[in-house]
Design a binder for this molecule. Structure first.
Ligand SMILES: [Zn+2]
Length: 449
């Protein structure tokens, strides 16, 4: 459990020698964040007025404008950065299980970037596939593939993800006419969970639809008991031919000593077409906004530039973050840190760090300061991991960080599902995560005097 106020004295002791009163500043930030109501208000607006914020959508554009105006109100420097984004329409899906005289429709959702059927129904025999090996071995030509390789735990997401990410492309290469997948969550629930998929360049883009884990279990049982189960599927999803654009929204406070040094924190602005996107990633966006607000309210001037950026198109293609890195090349700025918030809300744990090991080793004193603030497993140093999420690290040598909330027991109840809404988010946990991130940014900033 995180400790409060009392432990700050330790951090202050480590920083002793500076004339500034760090204990007081950290307390001011905490005091503001714990009493503030604007962050909760912002999250409510983003979730309720701009739900289903797929990049390129009207809702996404509305949220951009709202956040841009809020940055101005806070007194931060606000700017927009145009980004080319996918122009995908999520549409509606329908999955009907047919056997004997039964025809049962089950709740479903299109996978991200999936092509639909133009509303036409495809009805074919279904083949259940529970592993990559089984897909290689079975004949699926002309059939609908039902991927049913259960995700067993929170950390099994990466492994089980193959069926959603590569499944439709692989099945199409083998001549399948459509794909239905078991939702990626370790929980048995009635919500279909979406997420992006990919196709093979050598095969048609067949429809790809998720059903809930409960319905997947039922379907598997039905297939085991009936030799001739068919699925009738249809979908209105498609990618519009014209290029769409969106904007990364940048808010910053210039550094008083080193304006060229950038401490950047990001979260993605887009959300799935079926969700308000409270955990994923509205919460991250409002935490970013609150970092700037807290510094200003507490009257703390950063030494280095603090830049926050709600960015475009994380869910489908990471365009927003890559466009940022391309546009910042040759800017003369020195990106010190890039910390991402995209794991939902829970009790705050800390930050995982990625980057050059010598650079990370040089952070030892700073790390102990953050530990002293009471985050119980605050740093997971995983130097040398891949940087696909952080072109700022590969191009500019920034140390990358990932904010880690303690929510492995419930995150996948809401992940990419229609119940990821404002009401399911614990407001005290949101405040505690905001405090953890803001104090982290403060300590990093003061570390580079
Ligand atoms: Zn996300």
């Amino acid at each position: 459990m995180r400790k409060l106020f009392t432990s700050i004295t330790l951090a202050a002791a480590v920083l002793a020698g500076c004339s500034e009163n760090h204990q007081k500043n950290l307390q001011k930030l905490e005091g503001f964040i714990q009493q503030d109501t604007s962050m909760i208000h912002n999250l409510r607006v983003i979730c309720k007025e701009y739900p289903a914020r797929l990049s390129g959508s009207r809702e996404n554009a509305g949220a951009q404008e709202y956040i841009y105006n809020e940055f101005n109100k806070i007194g931060a420097e606000a700017s927009l950065m145009e980004v080319p984004v996918p122009n995908w329409y999520g549409g509606e899906s329908k999955v009907v299980v047919k056997y004997g005289r039964e025809a049962v429709e089950v709740p479903s959702v299109n996978l991200g970037l999936a092509e639909g059927t133009g509303g036409k129904v495809i009805e074919e025999r279904v083949v259940e596939i529970t592993s990559r090996k089984e897909l290689d071995e079975k004949d699926v030509k002309g059939k609908i593939v039902f991927f049913n390789d259960p995700m067993k735990s929170h950390s099994d997401y990466g492994r089980a993800g193959w069926q959603r990410r590569q499944g439709p492309g692989l099945a199409a290469e083998k001549g399948a006419k459509g794909v239905v997948i078991r939702s990626l969550t370790q929980f048995m629930d009635e919500h279909p969970h979406t997420g992006s998929t990919t196709y093979s360049p050598n095969a048609p883009k067949i429809p790809a639809i998720a059903i809930s884990t409960i319905e997947a279990e039922k379907l598997s049982k039905t297939i085991a008991e009936n030799r001739r189960v068919k699925l009738a599927i249809s979908s209105t999803a498609y990618t519009r031919p014209e290029q769409a654009t969106g904007n990364n929204v940048i808010g910053e406070i210039k550094g008083s000593l080193h304006p060229e040094n950038v401490i950047m924190v990001t979260a993605h602005l887009d959300s799935w077409h079926i969700a308000e996107g409270a955990h994923d990633d509205g919460s991250g966006v409002v935490i970013l906004m609150n970092i700037l607000r807290a510094f200003n309210e507490a009257g703390i001037q950063p030494y280095n530039t603090i830049r926050v950026m709600p960015y475009q198109d994380e869910e489908v293609g990471l365009q927003g973050i890559h466009t940022y890195a391309e546009k910042k090349e040759g800017s003369g700025e020195n990106h010190l840190y890039h910390i991402e918030i995209d794991s939902g809300i829970g009790n705050p744990r800390g930050v995982g760090l990625y980057g050059d090991s010598t650079k990370i080793a040089s952070l030892n004193t700073f790390i102990s300061q953050y530990v002293d603030l009471g985050y119980d497993t605050p740093f997971i140093v995983r130097a040398g991991e891949t940087y696909t999420r952080f072109p700022t690290a590969t191009k500019f040598g920034a140390i990358a960080g990932w904010f880690i909330p303690d929510n492995s027991t419930d995150y996948f109840l809401y992940h990419h599902a229609s119940n990821d809404n404002f009401e399911v988010l614990d407001q005290q946990q949101l405040k505690d995560c905001s405090q953890a991130m803001t104090q982290l940014v403060y300590l990093l900033d003061r570390y580079h005097k």
